[in-house]
Design a protein around this ligand. Structure first.
Ligand SMILES: [Fe+2]
Length: 308
């Protein structure tokens, strides 16, 4: 997305609102151009605890369940690389980075080679572990390659992220999450995990363990958004009683074979699409724009989250 398209797209999103409030920041895109993010290409994509910290603007791309090495993975990444690293300096990988399991010899063909258009442009990568990644020594080779711990937190401008390992969402990890979320002064809070707490996908439905374990913390510490994958589809879910104001987006359509939807749902399902796609998310202190982009490069779902 070039500067003109970015501004046009942002202004068109201003009219959308999930909370029904009005108001906008028309200078956001212009200011974004002047941000100085740390775009130095890391030797091995080492994650940083903060990027663009202190600035008002943030922007990132996200994709889940992509690590097949198939044409769909290459095509989506090619589309993702059309977005400027200046506006979207970070790429979040929502798990299942390598199919069928994250063996050391599959990192190059299933991950590094397909992602080279984004790696070459200097985007910063923040991966989380999926169930397929976990099959091989609990994600050892992915953790080594990206130099990430099992779970971690990082900030992009006014947003703090908690990159969780949903393969083992145990008491130790939850204590860490609770303590660090309690201390957080971030304007926005986003949880990242592979297994979706909620979904009406026909293969993986609601995950009661996640709902019971994670949702009370999302509610207590005022999380705004939870991004997950595992279900090979797109699903935007509104508020659910267990999670307070936190909204959920399931984005597992990164390349692997698509899943269908169940007709019956027990939560506020706002948008669904069983298609290959990636996410483009950006905003400032008071609003966050979400766009889902399909294999044709078309935006098929848009939403804005707002806060005072
Ligand atoms: Fe998965």
């Amino acid at each position: 997305m070039n500067r003109r398209d970015f501004i046009k797209s942002f202004l068109s999103l201003i009219s959308l609102s999930l909370l029904g409030k009005t108001g906008s920041d028309y200078s956001l895109a212009a200011r974004a151009e002047n941000q100085s993010f740390n775009l130095k290409i890391p030797a091995r994509n080492k994650w940083l605890s903060s990027l663009g910290n202190g600035s008002n603007y943030f922007g990132f791309l996200a994709i889940g369940d992509m690590g097949t090495g198939w044409a769909t993975e290459y095509e989506l990444i090619k589309l993702m690389a059309l977005n400027s690293p200046q506006y979207f300096p970070s790429v979040i990988l929502l798990g299942d980075l390598i199919y069928p399991s994250a063996k050391a010899n599959l990192i190059e063909p299933n991950l590094i080679k397909p992602f080279s258009p984004l790696l070459d442009k200097g985007h910063r990568f923040y991966p989380i572990l999926g169930n397929h990644d976990n099959l091989e020594s609990k994600g050892k080779y992915i953790k080594e390659y990206f130099e990430i711990p099992e779970y971690y937190t990082f900030s992009l401008g006014p947003v703090q992220f908690w990159a969780l390992n949903s393969n083992e969402l145990n008491a130790q990890q939850m204590n860490w999450l609770n303590l660090s979320a309690q201390k957080s002064q971030a304007k926005w809070k986003i949880a990242l995990l592979h297994h979706s707490p909620y979904s009406s996908g026909s293969v993986h439905k609601n995950n009661n363990h996640m709902i019971k374990t994670l949702c009370p913390s999302l509610k207590k510490y005022n999380f705004d958004l939870c991004l997950s994958g595992h279900n090979h589809l797109y699903e935007r879910i509104g508020m659910v009683p267990e999670a307070g104001n936190c909204r959920f987006i399931v984005s597992g359509g990164g390349s692997a074979s698509l899943h269908k939807f169940e007709q019956k749902v027990y939560f506020d399902r706002q948008a669904v699409n069983s298609c290959h796609h990636y996410l483009r998310i950006w905003g400032n202190q008071t609003q966050m724009a979400v766009e889902a982009v399909n294999l044709q490069g078309k935006v098929f779902d848009q939403a804005i989250l707002r806060k005072a």
